[in-house]
Write a protein that binds this ligand. Structure first.
Ligand SMILES: *[C@@H]1O[C@H](CO)[C@@H](O)[C@H](O)[C@H]1NC(C)=O
Ligand SMILES: *[C@@H]1O[C@H](CO)[C@@H](O)[C@H](O)[C@H]1NC(C)=O
Ligand SMILES: *[C@@H]1O[C@H](CO)[C@@H](O)[C@H](O)[C@H]1NC(C)=O
Length: 970
């Protein structure tokens, strides 16, 4: 291919194109190189001419260019040798003041994440200049420096998210805003995420506020080979353009000149196997694997052609050589084969991991990381058998595993996903990365994934490394990001650091400030002072047995609870007992607690708590010293006893794998656009969730084991009228099991959302009609109860406009019908409810948030109240201030198990406004009340945790069930 230099040069250039454009910029140097190259090849040619003295010496006109391209093939990937002598970042923004963070506790990332340095950090020129003791003569150089007193608090490197779709899968989600997946074929290595990167995504500032400073933005997983990712810094740039966000900008800026003859910058490539590409191209796994092999065979041939060409050209053997073989569509895959492109493979199941590993060995290329990688912990040896040639400049070893902490079972591929995967992989020497797949998880809370991985057994140093140093290394960019270290002996790092308000692995840890390229990103952060106990690496339980069992059962360990052997159970060394109590403000009250050396024992008989007292007390002694009673003793080691929680908001209870229709109850027909068949009751039918309940699902049992002992679920629908909810026991075996149904129906659920047709106003008209006018059948009967003010009407809504309309509708109906009691309305969702907190409070409407930490994914929910550090108040506090009854649920079944951590987070974030009792009420008594479920005080479960409180990192070891008269030991 001839090079026409008047053609625009593509942004992310091929090595050859880089050489050409570099040529035009540094002509003087380059011509020196060409002279040398030409002399060398002339020598070879003359040698050859000497051997075959009759042969004609024929050097083509493009020889210089071709030899440059050949020479570039030898350039190693990674930083240039002079990188470490830089004194300023190529991303430095002129005018940025130097910053001295004093008295910081610095997690540097070095020594396997075990090094902690107490001291100062000097940021200048967009890089980390000093860490530890900063000499006064160094400081004397700065006339004007910003000083930040860290007051001994933690500083970490900025978070590096190895898997994000920020800017390509945009929020608010609009039809014109998804640039994640191309549907043009299964193999598209030539596509670049950068070409779709939108700098207006609302999520950048949110993710930064959670400490994320660098993200690998990847194309989606609809293709076997989806295209090239872009590594970006998340701060806004003066040029407002995607190119400016690139961590390694291809243009020359400031002092940094990218010279492709010296070093080659790693690029990043997305691959995907399994369900996603299969689904899109209606192919089988066999078809997808062939797509890989066909593509790599194509690339391999091109590479061989190039290598042969260059062998001849550098020998000076130009006979019949023609043009240098290259192809813009395939150069990226050739670079994979040359070890200069990092491969990121979305891959879940063993069959897929094994397939891809075979492909790497057949075509000899490395995979940087398997992403999602739910079954990697079951087959570490498969990962270790992936192709991995070690050279001085590229990393060797097995592919890393980039994981979610507890998000699993959402499709078959993730059914065996385990919370113990990070620790098991680490124990097998596989590098572990926690990633967001933003917006699948809001990357603002990627830190939370590291916290969960830590809670379930990943060592603390590796948990923090999993979102900093490890992903930086996997990207081949740990000379720029991922550490807080100074550039005297180490690579000189970008000034991307986070000052936290607690130890980063402590629940609720929130940035006080985030620097990117030395620039503070939070203009007026809202911060609170956290208790001293949160400033240390938190204590976490031992899950060794569970992890072992998970492996024994190939990822599906039995989860059914086991009853205690004796009718009497003594919980020893309890630090706090909280129970339901009808006459306390939130229906929850702490009845006993000890500090320090005191000891409390709690005795349970027949599933009922009979006493809580010191071990010397009559009640406890009569059990423990008498021989009449056999009992089980459970040492809680300072843990607590608390009310079990109730999950709401997700379809938990109505199915298992929610992308598989055969595993779930399914969706109720939308009665506004089609009709329920007459046989099922026609348009006046009211579908009952209780009829579709499924028990012993892994979601439910895992929730149970995490202290979520009940669930409330409404029928699923994408339409207007869902039907009647139901409350059930998450630990029950089947519907006819003892105590399985807590209450068969409590409230009617409807939804008001913008779906196009029927319009929001049509949906409101339907609701008005149902409320004002007597209708027949089951629905008429329940709306009559709603009119009597007894039964809540539960309305799924997010938008402030819809909520305002509902508030008006409520008073319209109350006035028109002159109702005795006010209507009971409960909003579910409510991400814009904070805008109407006062009016909602005055109208006596309750709100259940399905996202404790809101994400503005949809247009109707774009005006969120984000909470610390972006807003002083959280959405929960904003409503509580107007005496709104607030509940906390979740929109995702697998997140139900995290409810205790969510309510704990709400309390921590409230800076003392929300008490322990109130926090528990948010996900128990409050949600029940708001959804028409009545539980008697003596009837509800209690949860015992060991080694820490229920709202801390204690481990749930027992569930006391008065309904069933038993204690389950977990
Ligand atoms: C660092 O901060 C801690 C906590 O506020 C404080 O006790 C200590 O005295 C400070 N050290 C220095 C050197 O300022
Ligand atoms: C519905 O009820 C309202 C208020 O009682 C009444 O004005 C209206 O005529 C009724 N509409 C129908 C269609 O019955
Ligand atoms: C909330 O309730 C408390 C206690 O009843 C009351 O003192 C306060 O004024 C109420 N706040 C609002 C905004 O209504």
């Amino acid at each position: 291919m001839d090079h026409d230099k008047t053609l625009p040069v593509p942004l992310e250039k091929t090595p050859a194109q880089r050489a050409v454009s570099w040529h035009s910029r540094t002509r003087v140097l380059l011509s020196a190189f060409f002279v040398l190259a030409a002399v060398q090849s002339a020598r070879i040619v003359s040698n050859l001419a000497g051997e075959y003295s009759n042969a004609a010496v024929n050097i083509p006109l493009h020889a210089e260019e071709a030899l440059t391209k050949c020479r570039l093939l030898e350039v190693p990937p990674g930083p240039s040798p002079s990188f470490n002598s830089r004194t300023q970042s190529d991303r430095f923004v002129p005018g940025t003041k130097a910053t001295l963070i004093t008295n910081a506790t610095v997690w540097t990332g070095r020594a396997d994440g075990l090094e902690v340095v107490n001291g100062d950090i000097l940021l200048d020129g967009g890089i980390i200049q000093r860490v530890g003791d900063v000499d006064s003569d160094v400081l004397a150089r700065y006339a004007d420096i910003t000083r930040v007193d860290a007051k001994g608090q933690w500083v970490s490197p900025g978070i590096v998210d190895l898997h994000s779709h920020l800017g390509v899968d945009n929020v608010p989600e609009l039809r014109g805003a998804s640039d994640t997946n191309s549907r043009k074929g299964p193999v598209l290595p030539w596509l670049r995420a950068l070409d779709g990167l939108n700098t207006r995504d609302e999520a950048y500032k949110l993710s930064v506020s959670g400490g994320v400073t660098t993200s690998l933005v990847l194309p989606g997983s609809a293709n076997a080979i989806g295209g090239q990712g872009a590594v970006i810094k998340l701060r806004p740039t003066a040029d407002r353009a995607p190119t400016g966000m690139l961590l390694e900008n291809p243009y020359e800026k400031n002092s940094s000149v990218y010279d492709p003859t010296v070093n080659f910058r790693f690029r990043q490539m997305k691959h995907a196997c399994g369900e996603n590409p299969d689904r899109v191209y209606s192919s089988t796994r066999m078809d997808i694997l062939w797509a890989f092999r066909e593509a790599y065979e194509h690339a391999r041939k091109l590479k061989v052609e190039q290598d042969n060409y260059c062998a001849k050209a550098t020998r000076g053997d130009w006979t019949d050589l023609g043009d240098y073989p290259e192809d813009l569509q395939w150069e990226a895959l050739v670079d994979v084969l040359r070890g200069r492109m990092k491969v990121h493979t979305h891959c879940y199941e063993t069959v897929d991991l094994d397939d891809l590993v075979r492909v790497t060995n057949e075509f000899q290329f490395q995979i940087a990381a398997f992403h999602h990688a739910h079954e990697t912990y079951l087959v570490p040896d498969t990962l270790k058998s992936a192709y991995g040639q070690c050279t001085a400049s590229s990393r060797c070893g097995a592919p890393a595993a980039a994981l979610f902490a507890t998000k699993a079972r959402y499709k078959r591929e993730s059914f065996r996903g385990s919370e113990f995967a990070p620790r098991i992989l680490a124990a097998n020497g596989i590098r572990v990365v926690m990633k967001s797949d933003h917006p699948v998880l809001d990357s603002r809370f990627l830190l939370g994934e590291a916290q969960q991985a830590y809670y379930y057994g990943l060592p603390h140093n590796l948990a923090l490394a999993a979102i900093t140093t490890t992903p930086a290394g996997v990207l081949g960019l740990d000379h720029r990001v991922g550490y807080v270290k100074e550039g005297t002996t180490d690579p000189i790092l970008s000034a991307d650091v986070v000052l936290w308000d607690s130890h980063p692995l402590a629940l609720g840890a929130t940035p006080q400030q985030v620097w990117i390229d030395g620039i503070p990103q939070l203009s007026s952060p809202h911060t609170i002072t956290k208790p001293a106990v949160l400033q240390h690496v938190p204590k976490v339980p031992d899950f060794d047995e569970e992890a072992k069992e998970t492996l024994e059962y190939d990822g599906l360990p039995p989860l059914e609870p086991k009853k205690s052997l004796s009718n009497t159970v003594v919980f020893a060394n309890v630090s706090s007992v909280i129970v339901r109590s009808a006459d306390s403000p939130y229906g929850i009250s702490e009845i006993a607690s000890v500090q320090g050396a005191g000891r409390l024992f709690a005795v349970v008989q027949g599933g009922k708590l009979v006493c809580v007292d010191s071990p010397e007390s009559e009640c406890v002694r009569s059990i423990m010293s008498g021989s009449a009673v056999t009992y089980d003793i459970v040492d809680l080691k300072g843990g607590s006893i608390s009310p079990g929680l109730t999950t709401v908001g997700s379809p938990l209870g109505l199915g298992e794998i929610f992308s598989e229709t055969s595993t779930q109850d399914g969706n109720v027909e939308d009665t506004l656009s089609s009709s329920i068949p007459g046989l099922a009751g026609g348009s006046n039918a009211l579908i009952r969730a209780v009829d579709g309940l499924q028990f012993s699902t892994r979601h439910a049992l895992l929730a149970y084991r995490a202290g979520v002992t009940a669930g409330i679920v409404a029928p699923s629908t994408s339409g207007f009228l869902a039907g009647l909810n139901t409350a059930f026991a998450t630990g029950a075996k089947h519907k006819l099991d003892d105590g399985a149904i807590v209450q068969s129906a409590g409230a009617v659920h409807v939804s008001i959302h913008p779906v196009g047709t029927p319009s929001v106003s049509t949906q409101i008209a339907a609701l008005r009609h149902l409320l004002l006018n007597q209708t027949d059948g089951e629905s008429g009967k329940w709306f009559e109860k709603i009119r009597k003010g007894k039964t809540p009407l539960v309305i799924s809504a997010e938008s402030a406009d819809v909520i305002a309309t509902l508030i008006s509708l409520k008073s319209e109906v109350e006035e028109t019908l002159d109702l005795e009691l006010p209507l009971k309305f409960t909003l579910v969702g409510g991400r814009e409810a904070h805008l109407l907190a006062k009016q909602i409070g005055e109208a006596g409407i309750g709100v259940i948030f399905k996202q404790l930490r809101p994400f503005p994914k949809e247009w109707e929910a774009r005006r969120i109240l984000p909470g610390l550090p972006l807003s002083e108040k959280s959405q929960v506090v904003a409503l509580l201030e107007y005496n709104v009854t607030v509940g906390i649920g979740t929109d995702i079944a697998e997140r139900a198990r995290n409810t205790r951590f969510d309510v704990a987070w709400a309390a921590i974030e409230s800076d003392g406004l929300i008490s322990k009792e109130q926090a528990i009420a948010l996900a128990s008594t409050n949600v029940e009340k708001l959804l028409g479920i009545e539980r008697s005080v003596d009837d509800a479960e209690l949860v015992a945790t060991r080694g820490g409180g229920f709202l801390e990192y204690g481990k749930v070891v027992g569930v006391v069930s008065p309904r069933r008269g038993v204690v389950d030991l977990l």
